[in-house]
Design a protein around this ligand. Structure first.
Ligand code: PLP
Length: 360
């Protein structure tokens, strides 16, 4: 068996050590006599798995005790609705920073529940940068300020946590959580789907400051109420137990690798060498403002766009797969999350040079 390098934006590569461990434990977890898939979520075995995952996440991100950690379903897309449903409280408006396709979707969904004040938008430039903080228009009566830390499709990433102008800061960290250290205390709420940097698809992590939850807008379904989930240890209804367990294995792997700071050093190195190869070439280009280039998702175009299909097909034949850009923007994109080995990035760079030599 040869494992290929999978540059998919998500679901994406998982650490091989995690997959092997899951394989070893598939028939029996510990001395339980059963697979994790077969366990009751209310039993002592799964209880231990769930507790360990939360403790490891708290340790990896240094999450302060006044924050609740929730393991939910519905993806980050459900959070686009749950955030306003739970955080609006008595306010009529919420502020959103518009930096690309995913913040656009968050804005569209929030508009169903409140007035959305777009604090800043990078639309005019084709979403290639983050508007300067000094130009943001913050409504001090708004319930919160939302931004997308990493635009997975556009390849734009905030390099610092922005000043929220006194509002609770809400962040979609779906595609860069655990790729760099963060100061959780700067946030009111962080949410992230697991399927990029944390595990397989099917579970979403929400980290929320306790005092912000407990009031929902009228008509909010119980299953969309953070407080109900928090009070029930994320077991208000049957959770995706096996995915929760796999997420826990990824967190254990991260700890064994040395934690988030070590991963950040690796991620910087991987991204820098890929952008350097793109910038040095006459065939490839990346349009993003260098100050906001994503370390996780590297979109690129070929000078002759007709060659992009050939590029993706030839790369796939060499075990470098899923390099096509998102269907909404086209082009090419290499997603290089925590689990992408540096050797995978090196193999991609070598292939790009060879392709340019032959077609450039
Ligand atoms: N937000 C960001 C930044 C994403 O990259 C994605 C998915 O790719 C989503 C939200 C939507 O996540 P889900 O498909 O889990 O609902």
């Amino acid at each position: 068996m040869t494992r290929i390098y999978n540059f998919s934006a998500g679901p994406s590569m998982l650490p091989e050590a995690v997959l092997r461990r899951a394989g070893e434990e598939i028939l029996e977890w510990g001395e339980s006599g059963m697979s994790v898939m077969e366990m009751s979520h209310r039993g002592k075995h799964f209880g231990a798995i769930a507790e360990k995952a939360e403790a490891d996440l708290r340790e990896l991100l240094a999450i302060p005790p006044e924050y609740k950690v929730l393991f939910l379903q519905g993806g980050a897309t459900a959070q686009f609705a749950m955030v306003p449903m739970n955080l609006l409280r008595d306010r009529a408006a919420a502020c959103y920073v518009d930096t690309g396709i995913w913040s656009g979707k968050a804005i569209e969904e929030a508009s169903r529940y409140c007035d959305v004040v777009v604090a800043a938008t990078a639309r005019a430039g084709g979403f290639t940068t983050v508007p300067p903080r000094s130009e943001w228009r913050i409504d001090s009566d708004a319930a919160y300020l939302h931004y997308t830390a990493n635009e997975t499709i556009n390849g734009v990433e905030f390099q610092d946590v922005p000043d929220s102008g006194g509002l609770p800061l809400v962040c979609d960290m779906s595609s860069n959580i655990l790729s760099r250290p963060i100061d959780v205390s700067r946030f009111g709420l962080i949410y992230a789907g697991a399927q990029k940097n944390m595990g397989p698809a099917g579970i979403t992590v929400v980290i929320v400051r306790e005092d912000l939850i407990g009031t929902t807008i009228p008509g909010t379904p119980t299953v969309f109420d953070y407080k109900k989930h928090a009070d029930n240890g994320s077991m208000l209804n049957t959770p995706p137990t096996y995915i929760w367990y796999l997420l826990g294995l990824v967190l254990e792997w991260l700890k064994q690798e040395g934690g988030v700071a070590v991963l950040e050093t690796r991620n910087i190195r991987k991204a820098q060498k890929l952008y350097a190869a793109i910038d040095a070439s006459a065939l490839y280009s990346n349009p993003i403002d260098p100050a906001f280039r994503s370390r996780m998702n590297v979109p690129f175009r070929l000078a002759d766009a007709r060659l992009e299909k050939t590029f993706a097909a030839e790369a796939a034949a060499r075990g470098l797969v899923a390099l096509e850009g998102h269907r909404s923007v086209g082009g090419l994109r290499a997603s290089i999350y925590n689990a992408m080995p540096e050797a995978g990035v090196d193999a991609l760079i070598a292939f790009m040079a060879d392709f340019e030599h032959r077609y450039g």
